[in-house]
Ligand binder design. Structure first.
Ligand code: B12
Length: 323
């Protein structure tokens, strides 16, 4: 059942970037009949339709339905809550007893037990890629994308690093986890194309920087904030980045720097990139290696950010807010 669910998730993401009612039902645990009834009788959701008139749901619909389901489970009648905003549903849900309160999107409390993180950690230790993917899918459905990134993906990566350093986890565990995370995040990213009129952001990593999970996460965060993101993959020479940014009239370029921390060529690459970009194109840089290149980043007027929450604030509402 879990494997089928995973396959179906992948299939809908890859083929049409939306959820069918069947997938939505499996992810939420509600029956298709209930979902249709909540739509027809209470206008709880208004999905798009395919050319053959099938319902097509977006990630926001999944998040809304999950919130509705939790509030109804807690005792509210569907008629009372069906037309509340998703934000309002989440805050109603948060007022439940502490035991029943789930980790909410945007509000992952440090130190609080997070079942999705635990499931993901156990799957990594078992060398179980399907299990890891399932925990990411479930975490996404329950926490929303930002909750998943901050509450599961980032702490999972940090846990993998700690265990790898202290020898309780091997390179094969790390590679398996990286492969699953990379592919999952890429699917999520592809399901968020952005509107035609949204400002364009180019996301990549400079030449010699092959770690791309940070870049994928920032691509997703910017998409949640109304940007139309073009992800160019990792390890790109500055001339190529500038060329793409100019061709697509990008408003900003985001780079992730993770490793190496002492690349003698990177300062010159950053300079060349800045010179070849239009002066109104912002350069936004993050990742654990940024502080090793601070002089070059400052000289080239980059906005340097330390985490995804700052990225969310800076990319707010399709604008670049002063950091
Ligand atoms: C996954 C991983 C890999 C994967 C990468 C897969 C992929 N497709 O990306 C693979 C297996 C390929 C790999 C390879 C290597 N890796 Co590696 N890897 C990691 C690991 C576990 C995660 C890396 C990652 O994605 N981090 C990125 C994000 C998640 O973390 P972050 O940089 O702190 O960024 C945060 C914010 O800054 C923000 N952010 C990130 N980018 C951006 C960008 C913008 C614009 C913004 C706004 C925000 C933002 O998001 C993050 C969350 O808050 C790290 C450990 C770690 N904790 O990072 C080691 C790590 C980076 N790797 C390391 C090493 C040594 C290597 C290898 C050299 C190993 C080897 N001997 O072969 C090779 C590198 C080869 C090369 N040519 O570069 C070391 C680097 C040590 C150092 N001196 O810095 C680390 C730190 C592990 C360790 N402790 O030893 N690795």
């Amino acid at each position: 059942m879990l494997t089928n669910l995973r396959q179906e998730f992948i299939l809908v993401q890859v083929l049409n970037l939306t959820y069918t009612i069947g997938t939505l039902a499996k992810l939420t645990g509600l029956s298709p009949h209930t979902i249709r009834a909540w739509e027809r009788r209470y206008n709880a959701l208004s999905p798009d339709r395919s050319i053959t008139n099938r319902r097509l749901y977006q990630t926001e619909d999944l998040e809304r339905l999950t919130a509705l389901q939790r509030v109804v489970e807690a005792g509210h009648s569907i008629g009372q809550v069906a037309n509340l905003s998703t934000e309002r549903l989440r805050s109603l849900d948060a007022q439940r007893s502490p035991v029943a309160t789930p980790v909410r999107q945007d509000e992952v409390i440090v130190g609080e037990r997070n079942p999705f993180l635990e499931a993901a950690q156990n799957a990594v230790l078992r060398l179980d890629p399907e299990g890891l993917e399932d925990s990411l899918i479930r975490g996404h459905a329950s926490l929303g994308i930002f909750g998943l990134l901050e509450g599961v993906v980032v702490p999972l990566i940090s846990d993998i690093e700690t265990r790898w350093v202290n020898g309780t986890l091997s390179i094969s565990h790390e590679h398996m986890a990286s492969a699953v995370l990379r592919s999952f995040l890429d699917q999520v990213r592809k399901s968020m194309p952005g509107s035609q009129t949204a400002p364009r952001l180019i996301v990549t990593t400079p030449q010699n920087q092959i770690h791309e999970i940070g870049a994928l996460m920032v691509a997703i965060v910017a998409a949640t904030q109304g940007w139309r993101v073009t992800y160019l993959g990792p390890n790109l020479p500055s001339d190529e980045i500038a060329h793409a940014a100019n061709q697509l009239s990008a408003r900003a370029v985001a780079l992730s720097l993770v490793f190496p921390t002492d690349d003698p060529l990177l300062p010159a690459e950053l300079k060349r990139l800045r010179q070849n970009l239009r002066s109104d194109v912002q350069l936004i840089v993050g990742g654990r290696a940024t502080h090793f290149y601070m002089n070059a980043l400052k000289e080239n007027h980059a906005i340097v950010l330390s985490d995804l929450t700052s990225a969310k604030d800076v990319f707010h509402d399709g604008q670049i807010e002063p950091s």
